[in-house]
Design a protein around this ligand. Sequence first.
Ligand code: 6GP
Length: 835
Amino acid sequence: KWPRGDEKTWKEALRGVATDEPAITKAIVNHVQTSLARQPHNLDELGAYQAAALSVRDNLIVNWNETQLHMTRKAPKRAYYLSLEFLMGRTLDNALLNLGLKNKYSDTINKLGFNLEDLLDQERDAALGNGGLGRLAACYLDSSASQELPVWGYGLRYQYGIFQQLIAPDGQQLEAPDPWLQNQNPWELPRLDVNYEIRFYGHSERLEGGKAVWSGGQEVLAVAYDVMIPGYETRNTNNLRLWESKPKRGFDLNSFNAGDYERAVESSNSAAAITSVLYPNDHTTFGKELRLKQQYFWTAASLADIMRRFKNLDKPITEFPDYVAIQLNDTHPTLAIPELMRILVDEEDVPWDLAWNITTNTFFFTNHTVLPEALEKWPVPLMEQLLPRHMQIVYDINFAFLQAVDKKFPGDLDKLNRMSIIEEGFPKQVRMANLACIGSRKVNGVAELHSELVRTTIMKDFVELYGVSKFANVTNGITPRRWLDQCNPGLSQLITESLKIPRNTWLKDLYKLEGLLEYAEDPAFQRKWAAVKQSNKQRLAHYVETTLGHKVNTNAMFDVQVKRLHEYKRQSLNILGVIHRYLTLKAMSAEERKKVNPKVVFFAGKAAPGYYIAKLIIRLIVNVARVINEDPDTKEYLTMFFLPDYSVSLAEVLIPASDISQHISTAGTEASGTSNMKFCLNGGLLVGTVDGANIEIAEEVGENNVFFFGHLTPAVEGLRYQHSYHPVPVEQKSPALATVLKEVSAGRFGDPGVYEPFLNTVRQHDYYLLTDDFESYIRALSMVDEAYQDRTEWIKKSIRTAAKMGKFSSDRAIQDYAQEYWNIESVKLGDVNGA
Ligand code: 6GP
């Protein structure tokens, strides 16, 4: 029954999605005229981008709105992905491809006197993430929407995303703020009506039966901003809800009434500060109060929202886990566990044991690294002050938990100590990984090797307690829509033509790429394949020329390493390898050099602002590039570029252009890696260590198509022990490396002395095993050179690699989560063009 008014009047006026050119033109021009209040003669590219984006947004809103209504009616079980980071990148191109409107928009925009590609370049990246963990969350949202799964993301709407990286004249990284919201963000919908009050500080008074009352302190408001997540070729449009902090209206009435106006204003400032900035640290935690505030603010708002939605279903509270699954993206949202307990016990009057049962059937926990510096711990005194009720709940959880451990392993005090949520010491600390594990139904790592390391190292005791079935693996994936179709349209088209199936078929079932195998030997196909790579290399060369003012030899091999700067990722090994190559070239005669395979090496990546050694490595890269790019003896054979301000958008240009890319972490340290998958999907080959998802990539494409080197994971511990107790000088282990270090020390690349702190990490403890892996690394690079000489063989490898990437679609990963973890099913609204 029609809810109100005259059905016909409504229906005639309800706007559908604008899908034909006249409607699109009208929509764009309307936005120029009204939303932007501009005219054709003062419309610049930014304005034209905004008008186009607003018109696409209208389409998304229509679909989004229908999806939400449909989901509310169907009331399926839903999954929620709680992530402090969503590294979304740009939206317009992706939305047009998903809606199937790119060509029509391109034509329309031409007629309006602009070029779509130029407009796409006007968009600022939404860079609310640091690296792999945040980009994975973005790929998972894409796959969830594309597979019509009822999945929402919950995160924070930071005013400032990851910092903008500048390179100073001396080569150092500088950080500038990223005011990404400056020009308004067309992709979000402010929902000022959706808001929750979030409490901090105050005191908690225990009552009978495990309950308590938490009162006093400071309250701030969490306001929702909804970001529409379109699925590929479906009308299903999911939601990413980001919270912004605001002072609660009427702010601190007590100080206000006491005439202390300044204190009242102060509290409103601190409320806004909560969501002001993304912490730029990757894999490290600093125990900052504001970060803990962010974590609680976000988990409390998200849980309040989830609980409200559940209550609208009018089901008994015991059925909560039948309707709600919550994935914890690393330990950052772990406070959701005591928060759900607080809601159930204190607000819903659920007995403690039942509440614990509900909680432990709701949460799932993904670990993204075994590096010890990334395991979050919060000082008990800080938590007691900021979240007094949660601290009590954590103690209560821990008490019951330790009793259970003691029952199973009587008298094993060491075990109790290791497994306790509370770490003894001054101050005591709350171990978030232990809490996350204890409060979740399942724990997973992000690639086979990593999940095995989770089971045998950081979670060993927990595996003994709970049994191994709680600890599983979901190998990461990437969305082929952005990471092939969007970033490499030439290759996408070639694939569609060759497979003779519609583009949307293989983009939704990436295993279909295997059909390319039969063309690997076909010379005509090889030529086309190589031509696509060549034009992508030209696109990158053009980018380098316009940003750095340097010409790039596109006939050279393109060797790329792009990722966060971190000692464990060993950009250090790469730069020392480049220096070695340079010194070798210098020592050759002009005749000998002519036989050398020319190579261009690209680096990009940000270092955490406080990470001294990582920043020093950037400085070294930049300064080595200066020297070798100007050396007339060698520059024909070797050049190198550090591209500043790495981003999702820059990755979209770099990845399709690579012949070879480097994934060279110390074995056992890179949980998975996801750019390795992106490079391979675009026909780039890998040089890498036997680590993370490199291993599974090699399993798929065959070891002969991957250039592996270096020590294996089981050897790492022993080598580190050796470094500490029986050190062997670098000269003995690797004379080549010793020479490289000496040249850097001596000031060949500027400023003798500047790099000593970094060089000493290699000479002294060498925690990341550069000295152990250098020789085999150099050998692997020679094998790469050799393989590249036979261009036809290389192209075959490239084709075979891309063809075997089916497993690494994030659609597969999300199906795994949906079936094995969340127990949710897709709910179809309808495809883009039909009912
Ligand atoms: C990263 C891992 O280092 C990377 O190997 C993995 O591919 C990615 O997560 C996605 O799973 N971890 C982080 O970015 C991080 O901050 C706490 O971990």
